[in-house]
Design a protein around this ligand. Structure first.
Ligand SMILES: Cc1cc2nc3c(=O)[nH]c(=O)nc-3n(C[C@H](O)[C@H](O)[C@H](O)COP(=O)(O)O)c2cc1C
Length: 204
């Protein structure tokens, strides 16, 4: 093993937030949940992903936030994957609550109802998941992993890929760009993409 790169690395203090010290790439999505007063809440999340390939979805939340408490109570949540044109809406969904715990900005967010659960999506999001809470795992500091089973899902026709059509897939993303969140404070609109160079006869 060569050691010639080692002086390019900076040792980090793991007692501090290491995620703040560089950029890493995430999906940005919006969790929908039902509030105690019957209104529907939206909150952007980047610490979120599929739990394997078995139609489970998980994200990191905290009991300090309404989203967590809403899902504990109602046992369901929605996931909306926004398009780049929905960046502002995605950010505004994180607006600080008023003193009475209300979030008036929610009235400005266009919605569309879920079909199988009691919930709403951000309208025009390109990928939508309806989830039933299955478990809450952790703690990781104050944070917990909230996992749901996907009981219904839909995708915008323009973003629906035809499996195996490698060339067309590049065009699909070019024509319908993806939104990436670059933690801690940037975003990117992804148009350019390439087929991943999987090893020969790779199986997942
Ligand atoms: C870009 C972005 C990413 C975020 N990612 C997360 C996340 O992964 N987990 C989390 O708990 N909060 C995350 N937040 C913060 C919450 O979504 C935000 O505090 C939200 O307003 C929660 O409010 P609530 O009280 O309605 O649940 C993120 C906020 C922004 C702006």
């Amino acid at each position: 093993m060569s050691e010639e790169n080692s002086n390019e690395m900076i040792e980090l203090d793991v007692e501090q937030d290491v995620w703040d010290r560089t950029y890493t790439v995430y999906s940005l999505l919006i969790i929908g949940s039902k509030e105690e007063d019957g209104n529907y809440n939206f909150a952007p999340k980047h610490m979120a992903m599929p739990m394997g390939f078995s139609n489970h979805f998980g994200f990191i939340g905290t009991p300090r936030k309404s989203t967590y408490r809403n899902i504990q109570r109602e046992k369901v949540f929605t996931v909306s994957y926004p398009k780049p044109s929905q960046l502002t809406v995605s950010s505004l969904a994180a607006t600080q609550r008023e003193d009475d715990d209300s979030k008036p900005i929610l009235d400005q967010i266009p919605t569309t109802p879920a079909q199988e659960i009691d919930g709403y999506f951000v309208r025009d999001s390109y990928f939508q998941l309806e989830c039933k809470l299955t478990e809450c795992l952790g703690k990781f500091g104050e944070w917990e992993l909230i996992v749901g089973e996907i009981v219904a899902a839909r995708i915008n026709k323009k973003m629906s890929r035809k499996v195996g059509d490698g060339v067309g897939e590049g065009q699909l993303i070019y024509d319908n760009p993806l939104l990436a969140y670059l933690h801690p404070n940037r975003f990117s609109v992804i148009k350019e993409s390439n087929v991943f160079p999987f090893p020969k006869e790779f199986k997942r």
